[in-house]
Design a protein around this ligand. Sequence first.
Ligand code: PAF
Length: 340
Amino acid sequence: MADKMIPTIHIIGQGVIGSLLATSALLQQLPVQQYIRTKPAKHLNHTKQLNHTKQLLHSDNLSVQWLSGQTVELPEPYFLDILSPSNEQLSGLVIIPVKAYQVANILAQLQGKLAPDATLVLLHNGMGSIEVALRLFPNHTIIAGTTTLAGFKHHSIIKHTAWGQTQLGVVSEHKQGPENNLSKLAPPSNLAPKPEHISLINLVIPEVTWHDDILTPLFTKLAVNCVINPLTALHDVRNGKLSSPRLFGLITKIVTEVVAVALTQEVLLDNVALFEKVITVIHDTKDNYSSMHQDIKLGRKSEIEQINGYVVALGIANGVDVSQNKSLLQQILAIEKAAY
Ligand code: PAF
C-alpha cells in the first residue's frame, strides 16, 4: 500500500489485545493511535491531562515484548473524549478490543465522532454489543470477531504469548429483527467493507480468518465462555480442572442451552460438536486461569452479564430453558455484589 493511502488504525483501550495490535501496527510502520477512556478533567489541556492521568494511574508508557523478540514502547495514548488534539472525526479502522461491559459506553461516546468511511471492529468476549453497534451506527461497516491472540500484563509490561486465531466477519448486513433477535435478513449490503480496510486488518491482526456468517463462531465462543469462565471462577481452578468427567453432565446442560438460544437467532450449532469444542479448549488452555477467574479473584467486575447473562436474556425473551446459565449468572453476580 502506498503510504498516503494507508488508513489510520485507531485502537480503543490499552488492554492486552489493544496493546498487542498497536505493537503489530508499529512494527509494520502502519499509522496507529491508541485511546484510553479515562474521563478528562475539563479544565486541563491534552498534555496536562495526560500527565494528570499518568499520575493517577502511576503508570509509565507501556512496553510490549513481542513473541518474535522485539520490545516496543507504546506511544502516549489519546483520550477518547478528546480523540485527537485537532478533534477530527476518526476515519479508517476503529478497533474496540475492551472488556465486553465497556463496549456500549464506548460506542455511545463514539457517536458523531466517526467519519462516514470508518469501519468499526468489535473484538471481545461475550455478546450483546453487535446489537448496540447496529443501532448506533446503521450506516457504518461493522466487523465483529473473536480472538485467541494472547498475552499478559505485569505492571507496565505486556508479554505477548500466542499469535492465536482471530475469526472475523461483517455484521452490518445482519439487520436487527424483533426485539432480542439478531436474525439475518441478509439484504445486499451497501456497507461492504472497503478492500483497503480488509487488507489493513489482515496486516495488523495476526492469523485472521474471515467468515460469511460470523454469528456461528461467535456463538461457539460464547458457549466456551459460558462453561469455562464461571465454572473456573466458582471452583477457583485453572481451566484444565474442568476436564473432570463429574462435570460433563453440567457442561452438557450449559452447552445445550446455548445451542437452543443460538437457534432462536437462526444460528445452527451441533450439541455434540460444541461439547467437544469446549473440552478441546479446556485441554488447550489447561494451565490458564480464565479471564473471569482473574476478574473475580482480583475483586473486579466480570463479563458474566455479556456471557451467561446474554444467553439468559435471549432464552427468557424466546421461551427457552436457560436454568443452568441463570444459576451461574446469579452465583457470579452474588460474588461480585459481596466484593463491592
Ligand atoms: O476468557 C477466557 O479466559 C478465554 O476466552 C478462554 C477461552 C475461556 C480461555 O481461558
